[in-house]
Design a protein around this ligand. Structure first.
Ligand SMILES: Nc1ncnc2c1ncn2[C@@H]1O[C@H](COP(=O)(O)OP(=O)(O)OP(=O)(O)O)[C@@H](O)[C@H]1O
Ligand SMILES: [Mg+2]
Length: 260
């Protein structure tokens, strides 16, 4: 398979007992592409992300990252392979402070020439943390506080700051601005634009039509666990109203007609 294909899934499926949360998802995205996933609550969007990132083990199907077949046993393994994910239910360590959360698994060390011991460079990590948070515009009174004591929006910004701090081969954001104020939302949208300019591919899950229409190249619509539309909003004349039609099932694309 071509290296130009960042992510490909084939027949990706997840059943929770009798609940068919995700059914036969065939998905592909190219280098540099920004793709949104839309769909009603419970449509299977987060389930799709969890199967790709190894948070759960899939019922069936295959996943390739840059042409290499992958089957991650956990989210840290996906992260090591270059997938940076902002999960909808945030995967932050409650008992750690902000720098520790940002650098979990990626600690900066110093005095490496001293031999087998690793010395963590807290100063460098604190500095990088402040720079990352500045990009999200969120105000966190003291980054040494543990995540447990933070507001939902502050937590969300810590997770997003992580994606703005490290280069990744693929970034996935599951409703990153759901808990954010107007200013913070605008900043996160700027982070997304920066990723686009840097050619870093992104999957954005969002219910915010304006945001999606503004930011991405393509929209994939999920409905009742299945992909039901693939909308190239950059080169075709597709309105927000059209997209809503696919989300509600009022409109269908012939190639996905079995999904309706
Ligand atoms: N652990 C689980 N056990 C049983 N059912 C689950 C589990 N996780 C998700 N589901 C079900 O799978 C379906 C898809 O859920 P999912 O979280 O993927 O939806 P979503 O599209 O992300 O929705 P939202 O927009 O509300 O975040 C839902 O019907 C949900 O109830
Ligand atoms: Mg979800």
């Amino acid at each position: 398979m071509s290296e130009e294909i960042v992510l490909k899934t084939e027949d990706l499926t997840k059943h929770y007992g009798g609940v068919h949360a995700l059914e036969g998802a065939n998905f592909e995205m190219k280098k540099g592409e920004h793709v949104a996933i839309m769909g009603d609550n419970g449509a299977g969007k987060s389930t799709f992300v969890r199967q790709i990132t190894g948070v759960e083990q899939r019922t069936r199907g295959k996943v390739w990252l840059y042409g290499e077949e992958v089957s991650f046993i956990g989210p840290l393994e996906a992260r090591e392979a270059g997938i940076e994910t902002v999960f909808q239910t945030l995967a932050l360590a409650d008992d750690l402070d902000v720098p520790d959360n940002l650098f979990l698994g990626r600690e900066i060390t110093k005095w490496d020439w001293l031999g087998p011991f690793r010395f963590l460079d807290y100063k460098a990590m604190r500095q990088a943390t402040l720079e990352g948070l500045e990009k999200t515009a969120v105000k966190i009174p003291n980054i040494r506080n543990t995540i447990r004591n933070m507001s939902g929006g502050q937590r969300q910004c810590v997770a997003i700051a992580r994606t703005a701090t490290f280069h990744s081969r693929l970034t996935i954001m599951d409703e990153p601005t759901a808990a954010l104020g107007v200013q913070e939302t605008a900043q996160v949208e700027n982070i997304i634009r920066t990723l686009k300019e840097a050619g870093e591919p992104l999957i954005l899950i969002s219910h915010n039509m304006r945001q999606v229409m503004d930011l991405v190249d393509r929209i994939i619509v999920f409905r009742r666990g299945r992909i039901c539309a693939n909308l190239d909003i950059k080169s075709e004349d597709i309105s927000g109203e059209d997209v809503v039609g696919y989300i509600t099932g009022a409109k269908t694309q012939p190639e996905y007609s079995d999904a309706a």
